[in-house]
Design a protein around this ligand. Structure first.
Ligand SMILES: Cc1cc2nc3c(=O)[nH]c(=O)nc-3n(C[C@H](O)[C@H](O)[C@H](O)COP(=O)(O)OP(=O)(O)OC[C@H]3O[C@@H](n4cnc5c(N)ncnc54)[C@H](O)[C@@H]3O)c2cc1C
Length: 455
């Protein structure tokens, strides 16, 4: 339990107005975007730099107070919910872009920087940070969850774009891991240990990000197919032909139905692929487009909408970016359980068929990043209705088990948080014991984001 003394000591570190126990502040830091039960922290602290984070961590360690990092709380698995209460460290007062080095394709940022804002600032240098989870996420939160999104197929996930991290360990020690070279074979790969660790091993205060040149031009297609298999065969054939789509999304017919109703559109309500390609010139992209169209037509496509240039790309992709909001808006009063399995590509259409059977009778919407084997199912229901929610959980369980049967994973990008803990033993087998040993070694008191990852 936090005492007045604790509050005074935290205020001495971060400043009087950067420590709060206000009701609305605690409420805001009690939940993410998932259905998981909110838990109020005892106190929220907004540190301004690595030294303050380190001092907060040292104090929490001395007093054995739980400490949980907070970006913008857009997680989908309860990842930042402070389930054991304690201190939430919110990184909103650490939003500085410290150094842009265009010639190195690198930028140094503080953990609270929001990637969309960063990309606006980087555009003037002709550069961008590619991982794109869609929501307004911070770099710290993206590192925490190893976020990715629609562009993973071409550009990779957050883990592929981190050169260096400054991390505060439990106890307050500050470590700098990684380097600024473009490649390295030196030592254990600690970057990849911390990326995706959801704040259970350390708090990231600064990061050096690897950047990519902004593409000069874009081309996009929205293609409908009679069956899921026609769509997934097209994905495989397009990629095997040597094309590298920048994004390749699958939307099942019921998602199109929701989008039509919510946005007053008239898209064919069939399995749909949304594709984006980037490149150097209209001519090159036009040639690619003709080839991609041919593959889709050979696979029985029933409708193709297409365009070249940024405006056309934005027009064709607008609905995809609104999918989550449209589904939520059409189902007021219900909460989403979001399945996030990822599987080897060859099983994609079988997996979608399996999911359809599993969710029969539920309000479920299937879509995903088809190019990297990630499938999302949003199941809308009321967690308070115990009988119905048990059915939702059961469907989720069966879908994850099927993904593991295909040697896939329970989470492609949302992380373990609270909801996926029960699948770790099955997915990781003996290596889960190694993960637990690493956790005990780095956080012997178990105070960094407790209640996550491990059951
Ligand atoms: C509409 C919508 C769409 C989404 N689409 C995608 C998608 O396509 N792909 C995807 O990957 N995700 C997606 N997400 C999930 C979410 O946006 C990402 O997981 C994102 O990375 C979370 O960032 P955040 O700043 O909100 O972090 P938070 O949710 O605040 O925190 C995330 C985790 O990181 C920890 N953490 C936060 N800051 C730090 C830090 N400085 N150091 C160490 N740990 C820290 C937290 O404790 C928590 O465990 C979506 C979410 C929404 C609402």
């Amino acid at each position: 339990m936090i005492t007045q003394d604790d509050l005074n000591n935290l205020k001495a570190i971060a400043g009087e107005q950067f420590v709060s126990t206000g009701e609305s502040v605690l409420d805001l830091h009690s939940h993410d975007e998932s259905y998981h039960t909110p838990v109020l922290p005892d106190v929220v602290v907004w540190p301004h730099n690595t030294d303050e984070v380190s001092r907060v961590a040292r104090y929490a360690f001395q007093r054995r107070i739980p400490i949980t990092g907070w970006g913008l709380g857009t997680s989908l698995e309860g990842n930042p919910i402070p389930v054991n209460r304690g201190i939430v460290v919110d990184f909103q007062a650490m939003q500085r872009v410290l150094d842009v080095r265009p010639e190195d394709f690198q930028v140094d940022v503080e953990a609270g920087v929001v990637y969309k804002e960063l990309n606006k600032a980087l555009a003037e240098h002709g550069l961008f940070f590619p991982p794109d989870p869609g929501a307004a996420a911070t770099i710290g939160g993206m590192v925490g969850n190893n976020a990715s999104g629609i562009r993973t197929i071409k550009y990779g996930a957050t883990k592929d774009h981190i050169a260096l991290l400054v991390v505060v360990l439990p106890g307050g020690e500050v470590v700098r891991i990684g380097n600024r070279a473009r490649k390295s074979s030196s030592g254990y790969d600690l970057i990849h240990l911390f990326v995706g660790s959801e704040g259970t091993l350390g708090l990231v205060t600064e990061a050096t990000l690897k950047l990519v040149g902004l593409p000069a031009d874009f081309m996009a297609l929205r293609v409908t197919f009679p069956e899921v298999k026609n769509a997934t065969d097209s994905v495989f054939q397009i990629m095997r032909s040597g094309f590298t789509p920048a994004a390749m999304e699958f939307l099942d017919s019921n998602v199109i139905t929701v989008l039509n109703r919510d946005r007053n559109l008239a898209m064919q309500e069939r399995p749909t692929l949304l594709m984006e390609f980037d490149g150097f010139s209209h001519e090159g992209l036009r040639a690619e487009m003709a080839y991609v169209e041919e593959i889709c037509t050979e696979n029985g496509s029933t409708f193709i909408d297409k365009g070249i240039g940024r405006a056309e790309r934005d027009r064709l992709w607008e609905t995809r970016h609104l999918t989550f909001e449209s589904i939520k808006r059409r189902h007021p009063g219900l909460l989403p359980l979001i399945v996030d399995v990822a599987i080897p590509l060859s099983h994609y259409s079988e997996m979608v068929a399996f999911i359809k059977k599993e969710v029969n009778g539920l309000l479920a919407f299937i879509f995903g990043h088809a190019g990297d084997g990630n499938i999302h199912v949003i199941i809308m229901d009321a967690p308070a209705d115990i009988r119905r929610w048990a059915r939702v959980e059961e469907a989720n369980c069966h879908i994850v088990e099927k993904a593991l049967e295909y040697e896939g994973t329970c989470t492609g990008e949302h992380g373990i948080g609270i909801g996926k803990r029960r699948f770790l033993a099955e997915e990781h087998g003996d290596s889960l014991k190694l993960m637990k040993r690493i956790k005990r070694l780095i956080d012997p008191e178990g105070i960094f984001n407790p209640g996550k990852f491990f059951l």
